[in-house]
Each structure stands twice: as structure tokens, then as C-alpha cells.
Design a protein around this ligand. Structure first.
Ligand SMILES: Cc1ncc(COP(=O)(O)O)c(C=O)c1O
Length: 431
């Protein structure tokens, strides 16, 4: 394979930085999150599971646009639906039938969904859930677990909380996944003032036996709302999200990412008795009913209903997970790289090596060499329906090469010396 060069990417970054802070709209897509000078910085086009960067280098993409791309880039059914709607108009002066059609499909598929409102980003949906919970309960504090977007109520609880008033930070309490004891303690500390517990139903680790069911019972017993953030798990774990997969129905739920295959659309769904409060709570935006995204969501849901989209993503994600596990074992790298998570979205966790090599160096080495061998990856496997068996094999072949080189570099203690780029630092630790 031709060695990748990033001349056009670098030149475009220089231009971008003059007019765009960080050169991008998304922290996770910024140059700081990729091995500098050894990775593309801009994508020109995508098709299926492949993308081409600014220098026309080709990759199998394991980022899938940070998970919205569930069917693959330029899926013909989604593109046709968007084109047809484009001929009719994008944003109207009143609501359109598409809002009703897509809402009906969400109600049909998602266990807790009796009623629906649309937004554009996942953050719109999670924030709407929180405002709704506060309005319904008359309480202020919130317990959360995972990542829930860029808005004040959540980001105030992280280390990236510049610009968020302290009075807001104090209302949100982050707890680790599976730690029901911390949640009991918070309810003791703020009796009668916790409006909701919101969590990603699953991310890197599985729920302990009974965790989700017990938590739901406890939260309900305290007259608080139980909310699932399904922005990632929705239309990825199953048609009805992780709530269907785990058979636990929350009061409210936020969906986003995969429902539009890359078009900006999200949804708050929930039980009628809670959603009816939306008639009073202010959740309203010019583009809430924008039709191209709704047309895309309509086509995505149809395809997920008709074709084995989710089954294939589980199957191929499983093959990838098993293959990576074997390679980590055969290269004796299990001590420093763990693969976690469920098949449709597995994650790599890097740890410091006993020879002193930092986990950030190991991750930077890993990304640099995967990317240079044609696999665009951060630290997770964000599979989509377009990744076929051959792609999985190709990815595993690249893994084989990169992990064996890594094992040698760690043995020789030359990994850092030969890295030749700054270490990637996380935006903040979420999961
Ligand atoms: C679980 C979860 N919730 C909420 C969000 C926020 O979504 P958005 O970035 O579309 O606002 C994200 C984004 O990554 C997410 O992963």
C-alpha cells in the first residue's frame, strides 16, 4: 500500500485555524485528537464504510461520523428519500405530515415511546428530558452517568466546565456506571430534590445483574424520573434501543445519532403522562421539523425494519471483537489494551505498560499505525451496515500487523522514541 501523505490536510488546517477555533466544529474531530502529521484532518467524501481524505487517501472508517452513520455513507435509500423531499421543500411555515409519520414509527418501535418531539442534536434531546423532569417533579438536582452533550446542565459536571455558572454545576451529580450505592447516597443527601436519574443504558461495561431494573424501581419509589440516554444505543442495539435489548422501560428517553444516518435529527420520546407536559415546557426550535432530516429518519427506520441491519452489525461487530481479543492475547498485549462494550459498539481501553510507557503513547502509536494502514479509527469500533465480512477481515489483518509491531516496540522500549508526534490527550474522560 502507498504510504499516506497529508499535505492537503495540513494546508487546509492552516487555513481553517485562521477562521475556525480548533479548525472544526466537534472536539472529537479536532487535530488534537489524532496523531499529528500522521493522520488526515479533513474528509472529502464517503461511500459505504469507506472514506477519502483531503489528499485522496482511502480508509475503512471505524468512526462512522461519531456513530450517526448506521447504514453507511451515501446509503442509496436515504439519499433518494432526501432528494425527493428536497424537491418539495426543506423548512415550512407550519408542521408537515413527515413529523407525524416518523413519530408514529418511533412509537411503534421504542418501548417507552407513546409520544415524541424532535430536535436536531442529541444534546437537544437530553436537555429537553432534564427540563421536562424538573418541570414535572418541581425538583432541581439531577444524577447522570455517561456523556450527555454540550449543554450547561451536563457539561458543568465535567472538567470542561469553563463558562458554566457554579450554581448550575452544583445541581448535576455524576456517578460511575453500575454504582447504585452512590445513587442511594445522593438521594439521601438531597432528599426530595432529585428530579431525575439519566444514564446511558450501557456503554463500556455491561450492567451488573439487576442494576437497571433495581435502579428503575428505586428511582420511581423516590418520585423521580428514570431516563435513558439512547443517543448512541438507539437504532444500534435494537430497533427499540437498549431499553428493548435489556427489557427495561424508562419514563423518558433521548434518541439521536443513528436515526438520521448522518442527518441532524434527535428525539425526546416518553410516556404520555410525562410528555404531555411538553405543551407547557419550552422546547421549541425553528428547525425542529426540518424535513430533509425527517425524510432521512423515515428511510432509516424503514430499512432497519425491512433488512437485517442490526443483526448484521451485531454479527460483524462480534467477529471483530473476537478477532481483536485473539490478537491481543497472541501478542501478549491484554495487560495494556482491553476491548469492552457490546458488539455494535466496542471500545478499546489503553493502560500504562509496566515498562513505564504511558497509555496515551500506546493509544497514539495504535492510531498512527492503524490509520497509516488504511483504517480510520479512534478508540472504538463504530460499525455500520456497510462493513461487510471482507472489511472485517481487512481490519483484522491491519490489527495483526500493528499489534505485533507494538509488541516489539514495547519489548525494546522504543515505542515512545519512534512515535515522532505529540501524545493524544483525551477531551475528558467520560466512560
Ligand atoms: C450518549 C450521548 N448522549 C448525548 C450526546 C450528545 O449528542 P450531540 O453531540 O448530537 O449533541 C452524545 C454525543 O456523542 C452521546 O454520545
Amino acid at each position: 500500500m502507498k504510504k499516506h501523505t497529508y499535505i492537503e490536510s495540513e494546508a487546509l488546517l492552516e487555513r481553517a485555524l485562521k477562521v475556525i477555533p480548533l479548525g472544526t466544529q466537534t472536539f472529537s474531530k479536532s487535530f488534537e485528537q489524532f496523531p499529528r502529521h500522521y493522520s488526515p484532518l479533513f474528509i472529502k467524501k464517503g461511500k459505504g464504510c469507506k472514506v477519502w481524505d483531503q489528499d485522496d487517501n482511502e480508509y475503512i472508517d471505524l468512526i462512522s461520523g461519531l456513530l450517526p452513520v448506521i447504514l453507511g455513507y451515501c446509503d442509496p435509500d436515504v439519499n433518494n428519500a432526501i432528494k425527493q423531499q428536497l424537491e418539495l421543500g426543506i423548512s415550512f411555515s407550519l408542521a408537515s405530515e413527515l413529523e407525524v409519520i416518523v413519530a408514529e414509527k418511533l412509537v411503534k418501535n421504542i418501548p417507552c415511546a407513546e409520544s415524541v418531539r424532535f430536535g436536531k442534536n442529541g444534546s437537544d434531546a437530553t436537555s429537553a428530558c432534564i427540563r421536562l423532569a424538573r418541570a414535572i417533579t418541581g425538583k432541581d438536582h439531577v444524577i447522570c452517568c455517561g456523556y450527555h452533550g454540550w449543554h450547561d446542565w451536563y457539561i458543568g459536571s465535567t472538567v470542561r466546565n469553563k463558562g458554566v455558572p457554579t450554581s448550575i454545576n452544583e445541581l448535576t451529580h455524576k456517578v460511575p456506571y453500575n454504582d447504585i450505592e452512590s445513587i442511594f447516597q445522593l438521594f439521601k443527601k438531597y432528599p426530595d430534590n432529585i428530579a431525575a436519574v439519566i444514564l446511558e443504558p450501557a456503554n463500556s461495561i455491561p450492567p451488573k445483574e439487576g442494576f437497571l431494573h433495581n435502579l428503575k424501581d428505586f428511582v420511581k419509589s423516590k418520585n423521580a424520573l428514570f431516563i435513558f440516554d439512547e443517543v448512541i444505543t438507539g437504532f444500534r442495539f435494537s430497533k427499540g434501543g437498549a431499553q428493548e435489548y435489556f427489557d427495561v422501560t424508562p419514563d423518558l428517553s433521548a434518541f439521536g445519532k443513528a436515526m438520521g444516518n448522518g442527518m441532524p435529527i434527535s428525539a425526546v420520546v416518553g410516556k404520555e403522562e410525562y410528555m404531555e407536559e411538553m405543551e407547557e415546557v419550552f422546547f421549541s426550535a425553528t428547525f425542529g421539523g426540518e424535513t430533509l432530516s425527517l425524510a432521512a429518519a423515515n428511510a432509516v427506520i424503514d430499512k432497519i425494519e425491512k433488512e437485517p441491519v442490526i443483526e448484521k452489525i451485531w454479527e460483524r461487530g462480534g467477529a471483530l471483537k473476537t478477532g481483536v481479543k485473539k490478537l491481543l492475547a497472541s501478542n501478549q498485549l491484554e495487560e495494556i489494551i482491553e476491548i469492552n462494550g457490546y458488539e455494535p459498539w466496542t471500545m478499546l481501553m489503553f493502560k500504562d505498560h509496566s515498562n513505564g510507557t504511558l497509555k496515551e503513547a500506546i493509544k497514539t502509536f495504535f492510531m498512527k499505525h492503524m490509520i497509516n494502514n488504511g483504517v480510520l479509527i479512534a478508540a472504538s469500533h463504530n460499525l455500520n451496515y456497510a462493513h461487510n465480512d471482507e472489511d472485517i477481515n481487512n481490519i483484522l489483518n491491519v490489527y495483526e500487523k500493528v499489534l505485533s509491531n507494538m509488541a516489539v516496540a514495547l519489548d525494546d522500549n522504543t515505542l515512545v522514541k519512534n512515535l515522532d508526534c505529540p501524545l493524544i490527550q483525551p477531551v475528558f474522560s467520560v466512560r
